[in-house]
Design a protein around this ligand. Structure first.
Ligand code: IVH
Length: 736
């Protein structure tokens, strides 16, 4: 490396960073982009290639942001070797990660008019002053676009970064790609924009553009996209932004993330503000009022949008209904991963007719056997469908579904397509009723169906390769450990070669460097070669995988619990458990005790709101299985004098600084301004546990009118008793 080059690399660039991007002339921008490309390549090499970074992560990010900002302003100057495009610069599968400062969440679903009435009722239940149905509530209804969500960050009115939703907390850095989308302003229009503004919305492709893109793809003998959504996603997530630039992507803005000052007081006005700032809005949208039993306004908006669906020119899959007042949105807040103040009212599922070629069964992560119809591929509402779930044995029998049958199938959103019914008069001669297998197709052990239950299981657990592989796939998946490069294909091949047989093997992979995992799986002399020597692998991809694994060795407790793949324990249950038990060790101890149904630990588990008998059994069964405990030990405890493979971060109550964090509060009697739901949600958002009954462990008892026996008990126990006013003053005095 030449001296000049090294000098440049280590030079302090802070003086240059002071030139605002907007005052750069094109020739300056070009020169700086060239320099940044060189600099970043150098730092990437130090970091990834030699593990010897010269600058801090923050300094590195500043360089990249600077590069992104210049590229956003001068998309025509984006270099072929731009750091934002370079595969080598990205840690693993291609894109750098961006952590969302405000999580990107999803929406709850409504399917019927009744669901919509229930949604409004839930608003009334939550907000005391809306409890009288006569009081009107303003709602904004707008099309739910079927694209992919994007968060675009503007600082001082300039686009500085853009990220996909990813897992909701962390997305992919697609800044360079987004810089090529003409519809997305690189600098905000108008005046008075917030200094920091993350605009959120949907990247999509119009129907027309989608068809002509596919025509071009066909001409070039490239694969066709199944639908506009896939085309949009495939076009945005290109490592080479020059390809994105050739794709006709569009963008609708409908929400925001981090924002330094509010855009407006209402959703409706905020929409208008977004338009003034240079964004396109999804239409047709309407501001409506509902009151009493009169829901006609929102029903007719839904009907209107549905009628116009086919002629809008872009794909939508429903109507998003949002509470108009932003102060109400703030109070309503979120439950689990979706807002209480908005809902996605989906259109009915789309149907199509096709025939069943064969019926097969799949073994899931929990051993559940799911029969699947393999179909003659058919287009259902823009998506090519070739498989549909048949649910279980009874379902097949009830509908008498047979191989060879012509069937009606339907799909709704991301849900797995289903067989609705058989077209009996088209049944070919000679078909036979389906015979459900009695042994596991994978490990050949007999299948078990408990009396009174619909599902059939392979109970061979981790000894069944199909289950072991599914568990590993779940373990490494996006909402769990999120290990880039360890997807379905690699897990299957690593499993087959004995390289990874349990989660533990993932974290010893680099150490073993090619030796099979399971002791005795293969004789030492048969050790597989190091990964980099495998077909399709090289030093770079091997390094990337090891780095990706390295990066996830520290993981929050809730994600860890979810990753374990306990039957019925999804993300929200995992969060409930983490929230309740706070530490892995504590949780485990309690679960091991709780196996005795007489214990306090057992009662406590069942007392967690959201955990029922059935789910508790699954959780306890997990802890009763010695192999699971062994894996937990190997992952989280020191082994042979070496540090544990993983660090599990204790659950942190949402607001650590809150004085009521970790305290137990009981609300009793009828409160005046707060509904019980809102009181509970607010206390919980400040980190408190809300209990249903008073005990020695209660910290505060908040009493409303006609409190009765709980208040009496609280007095007897000498607990702190507050009325509603005092309570509100107490929590707001603490800056809340
Ligand atoms: S508002 C807190 N409005 O639907 C979430 N989302 O199922 C606020 N989407 O991830 C989202 N059209 O990607 C909103 N008009 C619209 C939308 C919309 C499509 C997507 C969005 C979100 C998903 C939720």
């Amino acid at each position: 490396m030449s001296n000049l080059y090294t000098q440049k690399m280590t030079r302090n660039r802070t003086t240059q960073l002071e030139t605002p991007v907007e005052s750069l002339a094109p020739f300056q921008a070009e020169a700086e982009l060239a320099e940044l490309a060189e600099l970043l390549r150098w730092h990437d090499e130090l970091y990834h290639g030699q593990d010897q970074p010269e600058i801090s992560d923050a300094e590195y990010d500043a360089l990249r942001n600077r590069n992104n900002a210049i590229e956003a302003r001068f998309p025509e100057l984006v270099r072929k070797d731009s750091p934002s495009r370079r595969v080598g610069a990205a840690p693993a599968a291609g894109f750098r990660k961006i952590r969302h400062s405000v999580a990107m969440l999803s929406l709850g679903n409504a399917f019927t008019r009744q669901d919509m009435r229930d949604f409004v009722e839930s608003l009334r239940n939550f907000m005391r002053e809306l409890s009288d149905p006569a009081i009107p509530i303003e709602l904004v209804g707008e099309p739910k676009i079927d694209g992919l969500s994007l968060s675009i960050r503007y600082e001082q009115g300039r686009l500085v970064s853009a990220a996909t939703r990813g897992n909701g907390s962390e997305g992919e850095d697609v800044t360079a790609n987004v810089a090529t989308i003409a519809e997305i302003p690189k600098t905000l229009a108008g005046r008075g924009w917030p200094e920091t503004l993350e605009v959120r919305g949907e990247v999509y492709m119009s129907d027309e553009d989608f068809l002509s893109l596919n025509a071009r793809q066909a001409e070039a003998h490239e694969t066709l996209f199944a639908n506009p959504r896939n085309a949009a996603a495939g076009s945005l997530r290109q490592l080479d932004a020059a390809i994105t630039a050739q794709r006709p992507l569009r963008f609708f803005a409908y929400a925001w993330g981090e924002i330094s000052e509010p855009l407006a007081e209402t959703q409706w006005k905020a929409r208008q503000r977004l338009q003034e700032l240079g964004f396109r809005l999804n239409e047709p949208a309407r501001l409506v009022k509902v009151a009493g039993e009169d829901f006609d306004t929102i029903f007719s908006l839904y009907d209107d949008i549905q009628t116009q669906r086919a002629s809008l020119g872009f794909s939508i899959d429903g109507v998003v209904v949002k509470v108009n007042r932003l102060d109400w949105q703030a109070r309503l807040g979120f439950v689990s991963r979706s807002p209480r103040w908005a809902i996605a009212w989906k259109f009915p599922p789309e149907q199509a007719q096709t025939s069943i070629k064969t019926i097969s069964v799949q073994v899931g992560r929990t051993g559940k056997i799911t029969p699947v119809a393999n179909l003659s591929p058919v287009n259902v509402g823009g998506v090519l469908v070739s498989r549909a779930s048949l649910h279980n044995q009874d379902e097949i029998q009830r509908k008498d579904i047979r191989a060879g049958d012509t069937v009606i199938i339907q799909r709704a959103g991301d849900v797995i397509p289903q067989v609705v019914s058989v077209v009996l008069d088209q049944r070919p001669p000679g078909t036979e009723p389906y015979r459900f297998p009695t042994t596991c197709p994978d490990c050949l052990e007999p299948l078990v169906r408990k009396p009174g239950e619909a599902d059939t299981f392979c109970v061979n657990g981790l000894n069944c390769p199909a289950q072991a592989v599914e568990r590993l796939i779940h373990f490494a998946s996006r909402d769990a450990f999120d290990i880039e490069g360890l997807g379905v294909k690699n897990i299957e091949s690593f499993y087959a070669k004995g390289l990874i047989r349990s989660p533990v093997d993932i974290f010893t992979l680099e150490l073993r460097n090619g030796s099979p995992a399971a002791p005795g799986a293969r004789a030492a002399e048969e050790a597989t070669p190091p990964l980099r020597e495998w077909e399709g692998w090289g030093e770079v991809s091997e390094r990337k995988l090891y780095d990706a694994i390295q990066r996830v060795r520290t993981i929050p407790l809730d994600r860890f619990i979810y990753a374990l793949g306990i039957p019925q324990v999804g993300q929200s249950t995992a969060r409930l458990l983490a929230r309740h038990y706070l530490q892995l060790g504590h949780w485990r101890e309690c679960m091991e005790q709780a196996f005795d149904t007489e214990t306090e630990a057992h009662a406590q588990l069942l007392a967690i709101n959201g955990i029922g008998q059935n789910m508790a059994e699954d959780i306890l069964n997990f802890f009763h299985e010695p192999r699971n405990l062994e894996i937990l030990d190997q992952l989280t405890l020191p082994q042979n004098g070496l540090a544990p493979l993983l660090t599990i971060i204790d659950f942190a109550p949402p607001v650590a600084a809150s004085p009521i964090a970790g305290k137990t509060v009981v609300f009793t009697g009828s409160l005046e301004t707060l509904s019980r739901n809102e009181a509970k949600a607010r206390a919980e958002s400040l980190g408190a546990n809300v209990a249903g009954s008073v005990s020695k462990k209660t910290d505060y008892v908040v009493v409303g009118a006609d409190a009765g026996s709980k208040e009496k008990k609280a007095r007897e126990l000498g607990l702190t008793i507050l009325n509603e006013k005092e309570w509100l003053a107490y929590i707001s005095e603490k800056g809340m």
